[in-house]
Design a protein around this ligand. Structure first.
Ligand code: FES
Length: 104
């Protein structure tokens, strides 16, 4: 496992999704208030970037911009069709003002 620095906390705005690359992976990072969530940046329905989607801060979900599938940011599970498979999630922590994603 490795911890990967993906930026300073202040670089992320609450309610926005941002694509980041960590090694060979393309991830989407979402900040909601002081919490961070990280999923694979690939909708499980078709190959489409979740970072293009809309974040629901109250529900901690992200909606795929292509066909509208909604994913739980806490665990990557789909909440609505057309997606039926989860998206991988990753552990993320804030350390000394930096955001670190753990890649297994
Ligand atoms: S590509 Fe995401 S819902 Fe179809």
């Amino acid at each position: 496992m490795s911890a990967n620095d993906v930026g300073a906390v202040d670089e992320f705005t609450s309610g926005e999704a941002r694509q980041v690359r960590v090694g060979a992976r393309t991830l989407v990072i979402v900040r909601i208030e002081d919490d961070f969530y990280v999923l694979d940046d690939r909708c499980s329905h078709e190959d489409y970037s979740l970072a293009e989607g809309e974040v629901d801060q109250a529900g901690a979900t992200i909606e795929c911009a292509r066909h509208g599938a909604i994913f739980d940011l806490t665990d990557g599970t789909p909440q609505s069709f057309p997606a039926t498979q989860p998206v991988a999630r990753y552990d993320v922590v804030v350390r000394d003002g930096r955001v670190e994603v753990t890649i297994p």
